[in-house]
Design a binder for this molecule. Structure first.
Ligand SMILES: Cc1cc2nc3c(=O)[nH]c(=O)nc-3n(C[C@H](O)[C@H](O)[C@H](O)COP(=O)(O)OP(=O)(O)OC[C@H]3O[C@@H](n4cnc5c(N)ncnc54)[C@H](O)[C@@H]3O)c2cc1C
Length: 463
């Protein structure tokens, strides 16, 4: 079989794949990007995505302009399950036309000299002496083609097609728990707002932001679309007793029938709907292997924003790949820097946020109502969590929380326990070992912290 050789092979030309490919090419590597979709369809989605503004600063990426922008997002309104209480968090973000944004990234990537094979589907890895050294792909005409590379990167999104096909000798995979896998569903419908309405359970005219409703172990949402329409939908975990996101969205729409029209203009499809809301994979690298984006579980758990983690992860991976290739060592050890930089930065905050997400997912609706009504969990926390940041309470904050949460002593104790576990987990990630030999001990301690959390919250689940 004829094979083409590149220094870096990237499977998946989504936001994560384009980010690593672009940065790697900028660092002088020869890169091929392989995607099963047709070039023009890359990034295609039935609706828009929210991208926090800091991503553009951090990656020195030009801001969205003109018809790529649907809305400049300034606020997020979060409602309790009984809808009687809410708070408004400040967030700075852009709601963008996802396909236009993806096509812009693809354009930058191709302009940087990256070679694209579209309509080419990953088939299986080529493995030699414990290293992945290439991939077989099915090409548009149905024939098989081999690509050889020094490093192979899985950026195939949630399916993680490469990661899930590698033996332990190349990469140590952590299988996802169904508690952490969420299915999202959404429908674009009309919204009717009585004039003059400023407050309420649907966004008033020109509200610059999003509405989230915590419920069903996940959340429901209303996101503005253009032409007086909204995207209503929900996220539900796979292990939920109520697992039917489409049915839940319909019930939710019916409950708001005074404001939300029945006609469905567009809806999401099953294949684009899954996301892992958890910590990133403990290993982001293997021998000759890297993983970025949803394939690496780099989605921030409370916001479900995955674009920032995919793009920042892609950049860090590209820098580590270029350095490893220059040094002639693409082993797990040679690529280790990517593991360190992601885990001690974004990954540490993601771990803190995952614990809060687990808590919210598993406590009773009545308790969430109390948290929001009393301000025990409110705008101060969400302003940061939505931007993948952590928070620290001072002694005074604790006293204020105690006073506002009194007499819900049991809930206050659980919240105190949660906070201390979040801090311990964050610290553990910030101290991710620089020495690869200490990784197993780090992994064991991570497991123990999770077990302590699950036991303390009386949850029957594993990592
Ligand atoms: C309903 C929903 C709403 C979301 N809303 C937001 C939001 O508002 N803001 C936000 O930041 N994030 C949001 N996310 C998450 C965000 O979409 C993802 O985190 C992000 O797209 C991940 O990028 P990626 O590059 O890892 O994967 P993807 O964008 O999924 O790209 C993967 C690419 O790999 C290709 N591919 C897959 N399998 C193969 C194969 N076998 N061979 C070759 N190519 C393959 C695909 O065609 C695709 O182009 C949302 C996700 C969902 C499901």
């Amino acid at each position: 079989m004829k094979s083409d050789t590149f220094q870096l092979i990237v499977i998946g030309a989504g936001v994560g794949g384009c980010s690593i490919a672009f940065e790697a090419a900028k660092n002088g590597l020869s890169v091929v990007l392989i995607d099963k979709r047709k070039k023009e369809k890359i990034g295609e989605k039935f609706t828009c995505d929210t991208i926090p503004s800091y991503v553009f600063d951090e990656l020195s990426l030009p801001l969205p302009e003109d018809d790529e922008i649907r809305l400049i997002v300034k606020m997020l309104k979060v409602f309790s399950p009984d809808m009687h209480s809410h708070f408004t968090a400040d967030i700075g973000a852009y709601l963008v036309d996802r396909q236009k944004f993806s096509q812009r990234l693809l354009h930058y990537t191709l302009t940087q000299g990256v070679c694209l094979y579209d309509e080419a589907e990953y088939g299986e890895p080529v493995i030699e002496n414990g290293f992945i050294i290439g991939v077989h792909c099915r090409m548009p005409g149905g024939e098989e083609k081999e690509f050889r590379g020094k490093i192979i990167c899985d950026a195939s999104g949630f399916p993680a097609v490469v990661r899930n096909s590698l033996p332990d000798s190349v990469y140590r995979n952590e299988v996802l728990n169904s508690h952490d896998v969420f299915c999202g569903y959404g429908e674009v419908r009309d919204i009717f707002i009585p004039s003059g309405t400023m407050e309420g359970i649907v966004p008033y005219k020109d509200f610059p932001g999003l509405y989230y409703f915590i419920r069903n172990s996940g959340y429901a949402r209303i996101i503005p679309e253009r032409d007086g329409r909204v995207n209503i939908g929900c996220w539900v975990p796979l292990n939920s007793r109520n697992f039917n996101p489409e049915k839940l969205t319909k019930q939710y729409g019916d409950s708001l029938s005074a404001y939300i029209g029945k006609k469905i203009y567009a809806s999401s499809t099953e294949s684009e709907a899954y996301i892992a809301l958890r910590t990133c994979q403990p290993e982001l690298i293997g021998n000759g292997f890297m993983v970025v984006g949803d394939a690496a579980c780099q989605v921030s758990p409370i916001s479900a924003f995955g674009i920032p983690g995919s793009m920042i992860g892609g950049k860090l991976a590209a820098e580590a790949a270029a350095s490893a290739i220059r040094k002639g060592d693409v082993s797990r050890e040679g690529l280790w820097k990517y593991n360190i930089r992601y885990k001690t930065g974004r990954g540490a905050a993601q771990a803190f946020i995952h614990l809060i997400h687990v808590f919210l997912q598993n406590i009773k609706d009545q308790d969430i109502n109390i948290l929001i009504k009393t301000g025990l969990l409110g705008a101060t926390e969400f302003n940061l969590l939505m931007m993948n940041q952590t928070y620290t309470y001072t002694r005074l904050d604790f006293i204020k929380k105690f006073l506002s949460g009194f007499p819900h002593i049991r809930l206050l104790f659980r919240l105190r326990f949660l906070y201390s576990m979040c801090k311990k987990m964050e610290k553990h990630y910030r101290k991710f070992p620089h020495d690869i030999k200490k990784f197993d001990a780090w992994g064991l301690k991570r497991k123990r912290l999770y077990q302590k959390l699950f036991k303390g919250l009386k949850l029957e689940r594993e990592i």
